[in-house]
Each structure stands twice: as structure tokens, then as C-alpha cells.
Design a binder for this molecule. Structure first.
Ligand code: BG6
Length: 486
């Protein structure tokens, strides 16, 4: 992989969960592969009163399990040489002195400020960086979701950050766009002629996008209470995946060519009227059950959660796209915590054959399916019907592996690793533009409003199940079923 120019990467929230689980391990991998130059620096900033050695000890102990086999002492030592730590309160302008001094040693370098903190601090951090004169033309800021909790608050944050950084300097990260199979889907759609003619209402029956997790709220009850699955997962990750599936071919891979097309999809989503929310959305909350054969408590019993909480840990939505290409094709989106397995996949169900000639016994509504799987494994499979060997004309589903993992032996990059590299290189294609994000909020707001106005609690589902029964009913109203029920 091509080495990068020297970079100063500033991680605000440097001792936080995301930094430890994803960002530092991603930067470690860049040291291991030689992508991050020796002179590049990782400047971690957080409130914990640690010195450099203390931070490195914490980082090594915390990151190591996430690095698995990739960890080796020699690479860690090379990584540690690049790491510096700044104990500071990023909302206090007067605490920027040491960081400013360090950055001032290399004013010409690309600077990436990664805001891995609560969005409540984004405005103050941007203002403080601006006031300290640290935002050069070569600077970028990476902002993590959730960017606000509705359209209004997301605009406020975007305005505040936008006072100090131009739109082309703002990298709104959605790590689902960094996942290898998602980019492979782009390659499949726009690097081949075979799929595009089939990629439309005439041939596609429905699309299902699932992001299921076995995990619960993992001690983040306080945060999750004010968030819920719709804001945490659907407004961003699932809608971005929907855009990748549904967008028109962009004229090039330039950031704005791609983002213009995604924006068009978001703007074409059929708006929800209040009466649609009851029939086209489902919200659920897990109650005690078992996941992976282990008993788990219900959401309402988790620390930091109100016993009568109305926060949804599961959401399913029927989305419709009002365009010539997609009119009448339902896109079912669902995401939930405490599901039976960790599964993230996009299923494109093609229409059944118009006239079965091999007899009713071999007729299926699901002759052809494309399944793009992001978790637990990364794969892309096209399901076809083929003849079973033998004297009878019996059909059996087979799948073509379109992922070519065997053909390409190269190591796959983890989503954060790729996106950090893109941010360092200034490549915005896989980052979300402000208007896209606002269009996504605009579309989910009627759901949020309607749920807030409705006194009912979400429908309960047993931890370890695929969500409330209403989730299956959402598809059966169209004569369809989720992939695992089919
Ligand atoms: C994050 C959500 O954006 O995505 C988390 O805030 C969720 O609640 C996570 O667990 C899932 O990411 P992944 O890559 O593990 O599927």
C-alpha cells in the first residue's frame, strides 16, 4: 500500500471506547503495513490526567485484545514512538497550549482532528481550535455520529463546526461505508454490465437490509435511553446502505458525483404520513431471554435505563423509493440489539420466474437472490437454481461466490482503518455530506415524532429472538418474509 505524506492525527476522546477499540488499532495496523510514515504523529487528547507512559500502558492493555494476532511487540514499539498524549479539557480554550505547541512544530503537515467525543463538545472544540490558529488549509475534521438527535440539533452542530471548517474539510464518518463488502457492491454494480439492467423494479421484488447484534447496550444505558435504534443505526448506517443499493450510476467516483446520487435517493424516499407509521414501522424492546445460550436481562433492567422506558432497541421499517427505477419495490430495513446472531447483510430478492416449467414442486418465489454479507463473515453470494445431478429434473439452489476472497489474498482493511486512511488522503467519497445527513433526518423525523406522541411502549421481544412478531407481519402484508424465515 502506498505510504502517506506525514500526518498529525489528533484524537480527541483519546482514552474513550472508540479510540481504544477502533481508532488506535487502525493506526497500529497502518504502522504495521508501513502506511503511516515514521515521522507521522498520533496526538491523543483526553481529560484523564496521564503522562505519555501512562497513556501508552493503558492503550496497550486496552487495544491488545482488539488487535488479536496482529499484535507484536516490535510493531507496538514502533507505533508507540509516534504516540503523544495531551491531558486537557478540550472545551476549555486555555488548555490548548501544549497541543498547539506540538502542532506548531510542523505547520505544513496534513492535520486530522478526530472528534471521538460527545457531539456536545464539537462546537467548543471547533471554536477553540480556530481561536488557537490550529486550523490550517491542510486540516480536516472527522466527526462521529450521532450528529444530533434530530434535524434541528444536527443543523446546529453542522453550523458550529462549519464556522471553522469548510464542507470539504468535514469528514462525517459512517463506518458502514468503510466495510469491504459495501465497496464490493459498488464494484459489482458499476464495474460490470451484468447487474445494472437487472437492478430495477422489473426484476427486483424486494430488498432487505438487516443489522442485528447479539450485544445489549453494554453499559451505555444512559446514552442509549436518549437515542434508540432508529437514531443509533437506521438514520445513518442502514440508510447509507440503502443509498448504495438504490443509487443511480454516478458519472465518476468523485466524492460529489457519488454523494449527489445518494442524496437523490434520500430525497426520493416516500415521506411517512402519521397514519403510515403504524403500518410501516415497528419498534421493539428486548425483555429478558438468552443469547448464545447465556441468560441476559431485559433492556428495562439495564443500568441507567428507566424501568418503564419507551426507548426502542429494535426497529423495522418499510421504505419506498419514489423513482422510475424503484417504484413499488419495498426496501425493508431492520436493526436490533440482543438478536440471535450478529448479522449484517443486504438481501436483494429477484422476482420469481414468470412461468414455472419444471412443475410446482420446483417453483420458488426466491429463485434468485444476491446476499451481501458484512457480518459475521464478509461475502457476496448470488443464489441460482441448478439441476441436481441424477436422472430426475430436480432443481436445487446453489450459490456463486462473487466475493473472490480466494482470488485476492491481500489483507482486508477494517472499516475504520480504510476511512482513517481516506481522511488522511483527503478522499471524501465514503463520507457523508451535510445535505445527505439532513435529508436522512428529515425522513426519519415523522417516525420519531409519531412514536414520541404515542403513549404505547415498544413491542417486547425476547432477547435472542428476531424481534417482535410485528416485524414478520410488516413483510407478510406484502406476501413476503425475512430471509431467515423463508
Ligand atoms: C455504532 C452504534 O454506530 O455501530 C452501536 O452506535 C453499534 O450501537 C455499532 O453497536 C455496530 O457496529 P458494527 O460495525 O459492530 O456492526
Amino acid at each position: 500500500m502506498k505510504s502517506l505524506p506525514d500526518v498529525d492525527m489528533v484524537l480527541f476522546g483519546g482514552t474513550g471506547d472508540l479510540a481504544m477499540r477502533k481508532l488506535l488499532p487502525a493506526l497500529y495496523q497502518q504502522v504495521k503495513t508501513g502506511t503511516l510514515s515514521t515521522a507521522s504523529r498520533i496526538l491523543a487528547a483526553a481529560r484523564k490526567p496521564l503522562d505519555r507512559a501512562g497513556f501508552l500502558a493503558l492503550a496497550e492493555a486496552t487495544c491488545r485484545p482488539f488487535l488479536g494476532d496482529a499484535f507484536d511487540a516490535e510493531t507496538w514499539a514502533a507505533f508507540a514512538e509516534r504516540v503523544h498524549y495531551f491531558p486537557m479539557d478540550a472545551v476549555q480554550a486555555e488548555s490548548y497550549g501544549p497541543l498547539a505547541e506540538a502542532l506548531g512544530q510542523h505547520p505544513e503537515r496534513v492535520r486530522v482532528f478526530y472528534y471521538s467525543t460527545s457531539p456536545d463538545f464539537f462546537a467548543a472544540m471547533s471554536a477553540n481550535l480556530g481561536a488557537a490558529g490550529l486550523i490550517t488549509t491542510q486540516s480536516r475534521v472527522v466527526v462521529e455520529k450521532p450528529l444530533g438527535h434530530d434535524l434541528h440539533s444536527s443543523r446546529e452542530i453542522n453550523d458550529a463546526v462549519g464556522q471553522h471548517f469548510t464542507e470539504r474539510q468535514i469528514f462525517r464518518i459512517d463506518h458502514y461505508l468503510g466495510k469491504e463488502p459495501v465497496q464490493n457492491l459498488l464494484a459489482l454494480r458499476f464495474g460490470n454490465v451484468l447487474f445494472e439492467p437487472l437492478w430495477r423494479r422489473e426484476w427486483v421484488q424486494d430488498v432487505q437490509i438487516t443489522v442485528a447484534e447479539q450485544l445489549g447496550v453494554e453499559g451505555r444505558g444512559d446514552f442509549y435511553e436518549g437515542t434508540g435504534a432508529l437514531r443509533d443505526m437506521l438514520q445513518n448506517h442502514l440508510l447509507q446502505l440503502l443509498c448504495i443499493v438504490a443509487m443511480e450510476p454516478p458519472t465518476s467516483s468523485d466524492p460529489d458525483a457519488v454523494r449527489d446520487e445518494k442524496l437523490k435517493v434520500l430525497r426520493s424516499l416516500k415521506p411517512f404520513r402519521p397514519q403510515d407509521v403504524a403500518t410501516k414501522t415497528v419498534r421493539g424492546q428486548y425483555k429478558a431471554g438468552a443469547v448464545a445460550s447465556q441468560p441476559v436481562i431485559g433492556y428495562a433492567e439495564e443500568a441507567g435505563v428507566a424501568p418503564d422506558s419507551r426507548t426502542e432497541t429494535f426497529v423495522a421499517v418499510k421504505a419506498e423509493i419514489d423513482t422510475w427505477r424503484w417504484a413499488g419495490v419495498p426496501f425493508f430495513l431492520r436493526s436490533g440489539k440482543r438478536m440471535p446472531e450478529k448479522l449484517a447483510e443486504i438481501v436483494v430478492n429477484f422476482r420469481p420466474v414468470p412461468h414455472p416449467i419444471f412443475g410446482e414442486a420446483h417453483h420458488t418465489n426466491r429463485a434468485n437472490r444476491l446476499i451481501i454479507r458484512m457480518q459475521p463473515d464478509e461475502s457476496m453470494r448470488l443464489y441460482l437454481e441448478a439441476k441436481q445431478p441424477g436422472d430426475a429434473m430436480a432443481l436445487h439452489p446453489v450459490n456463486l461466490n462473487l466475493d473472490f476472497a480466494e482470488s485476492f489474498k491481500a489483507r482486508r482493511l477494517e472499516a475504520y482503518e480504510r476511512l482513517l486512511l481516506d481522511a488522511m488522503r483527503g478522499k471524501l467519497t465514503l463520507f457523508v455530506r451535510r445535505d445527505e445527513q439532513e435529508a436522512a433526518w428529515r425522513w426519519v423525523e415523522p417516525i420519531l415524532d409519531s412514536w414520541a406522541a404515542n403513549e404505547d411502549r415498544p413491542k417486547f421481544y425476547t432477547a435472542g429472538s428476531w424481534g417482535p412478531a410485528a416485524s414478520s407481519a410488516l413483510l407478510s402484508r406484502d406476501g413476503l418474509a425475512w430471509n431467515e424465515e423463508d
